[in-house]
Ligand binder design. Structure first.
Ligand code: ATP
Ligand code: MG
Length: 293
């Protein structure tokens, strides 16, 4: 079998006493779009920062483009592009200047930097603003420029940390198109997102991360079929959900569920039947709540 583009085994990271990554295993195949989906603080940026060699792991191993992220750092760096969670462009420069500077820093000639900047400005629909200082840009324009900046040189693997957070629907769609286009050209894309819809639209494979652990993994279809069922929901007298059981919705099955759990249900418990949305699934996978039943 082909070697994966990214391979992670037992990766761990602590900051002080806080365990931020608690044994991550995953593999991303060449040319696929992989989405790491998780809420604030789940460990998404930490994982991206480790895989892009900005942060060292405490334990475990990872290979990116076949290179070990600790012992072959330089080879990893020259295999990847990274668009971090926070803008990395110089606000006092124009888009054109930022992109040319990036080209020069990556070793392109003056001429090549100039033509690459021109190409990216057109591709990312920044032509009208190309000569304005980027501090005057809207969030969407900055994000497009950020992405353009990480594509000045062609690399086989692209890391995108929450590429569309804070963007309106139109800018988000435009970025999705760009990401899909890159993947079509054979780039392996590893992105993080808090939006299930985004993972669903873009990804070949999704891993859900919660509190430093991968809690679900599969194609969007696999995850949806796991969660696309109706649920019998049990709530306590504070209206908190204490248990959810998937059901096909038939009277027969619901009757069976009620008979099975009735004896273990506290006084005041109420039930309802609900068809979960994708967001519900995500929330239930990453919920802090302890299930008491
Ligand atoms: N350099 C650091 N020093 C100390 N703690 C850190 C550091 N970087 C991250 N953390 C902590 O690690 C946890 C995970 O952070 P991380 O940035 O990886 O989460 P995230 O999933 O990217 O969240 P978000 O969706 O908000 O970007 C958080 O509790 C954060 O406070
Ligand atoms: Mg983050």
């Amino acid at each position: 079998m082909n070697q994966p583009a990214i391979e992670v085994n037992g990766l761990q990271k602590k900051f002080g006493k806080q365990i931020v990554l608690d044994g991550i295993d995953l593999a991303v195949q060449k040319g696929e779009i992989f989405a790491l989906l998780g809420p604030n603080g789940a460990g998404k940026s930490t994982l991206i920062n480790i895989l892009s060699t900005l942060v060292a792991p405490d334990a475990g191993t990872a290979r990116v483009n076949g290179f070990d992220i600790v012992s072959n750092k330089e080879e990893v760096k020259s295999s990847i592009s990274l668009t971090g969670q926070f803008a990395a462009v110089d606000e006092m420069l124009t888009a054109e200047e930022n992109l040319r500077m990036m080209g020069r820093l990556s070793g392109l000639s003056r001429l090549d930097s100039r033509s690459r900047a021109k190409e990216l400005i057109e591709h990312f629909d920044l032509t009208n603003a190309a000569r304005k200082r980027t501090k005057t840009y809207s969030g969407g324009m900055r994000r497009r420029l950020d992405l353009a900046a990480s594509l000045v040189v062609h690399r086989p693997i692209l890391f995108l940390d929450e590429p569309t957070t804070g963007l309106d629907t139109r800018s988000r769609r435009a970025l999705w198109d760009i990401i899909l286009h890159l993947a079509n050209e054979g780039v392996t894309v590893f992105l993080t997102t808090q939006y299930l819809e985004e993972a669903d639209k873009l990804a070949d494979t999704i891993a859900v991360i919660s509190k430093g652990r991968i809690v679900a993994h599969g194609t969007p279809e696999e995850l949806k079929s796991r969660i696309g069922k109706e649920m019998v929901e049990f709530r306590d007298d504070n209206d908190e959900i204490i248990r959810e059981i998937p059901t096909n919705g038939s009277i027969h099955e619901i009757k069976q569920i009620l008979e099975e759990v009735a004896f273990a249900t506290p006084e005041g418990t109420r039930i309802s039947i609900r068809r979960p949305s994708l967001d519900d699934v995500f929330l239930s996978l990453t919920s802090e709540k302890e299930r008491i039943l």
